[in-house]
Design a protein around this ligand. Structure first.
Ligand code: NAP
Ligand code: GLV
Length: 310
C-alpha cells in the first residue's frame, strides 16, 4: 500500500511523514515530488495539493484531506466522482475557531477597538456599559466549527442563533434551518459569523441582498471561505454605515494582493487564513487513525458527501 503525501503549506514534509509512517507501519509513505515519477499510490494525504496530482496519481482509492474544507480539491482535474474524500473533523480546529470568533465579537461589543484608539489620546474615557441584547450573534453553519463557536459565545450570555441546512438543536442556541429561514435568521442578527463550507449553494451567500437584512451596525466575521463574500458588496455596505466592521480571515485570492482595499480599510481587521490551523500532532493522530480504519475495512467518519459538496 503506497500513500502519497502532498501539502502546499509544508516545504519540509518529514515532520508529517515520519510520525504518519510510525502510526501506519503497514503502508509506505512518499512525499510528492513534482519532478519524480508517478508512484501509483492507492491513498493520498493532502492539503492544497499541486494541480496535477489526480492526473498523475490516477489509481487513488481514497483521499485524506488535512483540513476541514475540501472545496480546493474539487477544482483539481482528474478527481474521480467515486473516490472517497475524508476530511479532518475538529482535530483541534474548533476551539481555535471559537477563540477567533470570541475575539472578533468582544473587540466590537466590549469596544476594545475604541479603547485601542483612545489610548493614543491619553484620555481616561469609559464607554457606555455593554447591553448584550444589542449584540445578537448569528452563526452560519452549525457543524463542527459553527457549533463550537455558537456554544462558546452563548456561554458569555450573548443571544446566539445558528443557521444550517438540516438543523443542530443545541441548548440555548436558537435554531434556523434552510433557505426559507435565512431571512428570519439574518433579521435577528447583528454579528454574523460565517463557518459554512464553500459549495455551489453557499458561494456568494454574503451578498448585498443578504447583508442588508442584518440589523443596523452589523459586524461580519468570515472564517469560512473568501468566495462566500462578495467583496465589493461589503465595501459598499461599510461605506453606507449599514455594516460597522468586518473581521476577515479568508479571501477570494490568497495571499491577499498587496493593493487590495481591505488591507487599509479602517473598519476591517484581517488575518492571513489562520483562524483555525490544522495542528500537526492532532491532525497526524486523526489521519493515521482514519487510514488504519480504512485499511482494516472499518467504517469511517468525516467522509465528504459528494452530492452536498462537504
Ligand atoms: P461541517 O461540520 O461539515 O459543517 C458544515 C455546516 O454548514 C453544517 O452545519 C451544514 O449543515 C452547514 N451547511 C452546509 N451547506 C449549507 C447550506 N447550503 N445551507 C445551510 N447550511 C449549510 O464543517 P466544519 O468542520 O464545521 O467546517 C466548516 C468550514 O469551515 C470548512 O468547510 C472550511 O471552509 C471552514 N474552515 C476554515 C478554517 C480557517 O482557518 N479559516 C479552518 C477550518 C475550517 P448540516 O449540519 O445541515 O449539514
Ligand atoms: C482550513 O481552512 C480548513 O478548511 O481546514
Amino acid at each position: 500500500m503506497k500513500i502519497i503525501f502532498a501539502s502546499a503549506h509544508d516545504t519540509d514534509s518529514e515532520p508529517w511523514i515520519k510520525p504518519l509512517q510510525a502510526l501506519v507501519p503497514t503502508a509506505e509513505f512518499q512525499n510528492w515530488d513534482e519532478h519524480g515519477p508517478t508512484i501509483g499510490a492507492q491513498l493520498a494525504v493532502v492539503w492544497n495539493p499541486p494541480a496535477d496530482i489526480f492526473l498523475r496519481e490516477s489509481k487513488l482509492e481514497a483521499i485524506f484531506n488535512l483540513g476541514a474544507g475540501v472545496d480546493a480539491l474539487f477544482r483539481l482535474p482528474g478527481l474521480k466522482d467515486d473516490t472517497p474524500i475524508v476530511r479532518l473533523e475538529d482535530a483541534g480546529m474548533a476551539v481555535q475557531m471559537a477563540e477567533y470568533a470570541a475575539y472578533a465579537l468582544l473587540r466590537a461589543s466590549r469596544q476594545f477597538d475604541a479603547y485601542e484608539a483612545l489610548q493614543n489620546t491619553q484620555f481616561w474615557t469609559p464607554q457606555p456599559d455593554i447591553d448584550r441584547r444589542k449584540w445578537p450573534v448569528g452563526v452560519m453553519g452549525m457543524g463542527v466549527m459553527g457549533a463550537r463557536v455558537a456554544q462558546t459565545l452563548a456561554s458569555f450570555n450573548y443571544p446566539v442563533a445558528g443557521w444550517s441546512r438540516s438543523g443542530n438543536d443545541l441548548p440555548g442556541i436558537a435554531q434556523f434551518v434552510g433557505r426559507h429561514q435565512l431571512s428570519a435568521f439574518l433579521g435577528r442578527t447583528r454579528v454574523l459569523i460565517n463557518t459554512l463550507p464553500l459549495t455551489d449553494e453557499t458561494r456568494g451567500i454574503l451578498s448585498r441582498q443578504n447583508l442588508l437584512e442584518l440589523q443596523p451596525h452589523a459586524h461580519i466575521v468570515n472564517v469560512g471561505r473568501g468566495e462566500h463574500l462578495i467583496e465589493e458588496d461589503l465595501l459598499a455596505l461599510l461605506d453606507s454605515g449599514h455594516i460597522q466592521g468586518a473581521t476577515l480571515d479568508v479571501f477570494r485570492q490568497e495571499p491577499l494582493p498587496q493593493d487590495h482595499p481591505f488591507w487599509r480599510h479602517p473598519r476591517i481587521t484581517l488575518t492571513p487564513h489562520v483562524a483555525a490551523a490544522s495542528l500537526r500532532e492532532e491532525s497526524i493522530e486523526q489521519v493515521a487513525e482514519k487510514i488504519n480504519r480504512y485499511l482494516r475495512g472499518e467504517p469511517l467518519t468525516g467522509v465528504v458527501a459528494r452530492s452536498k459538496g462537504y
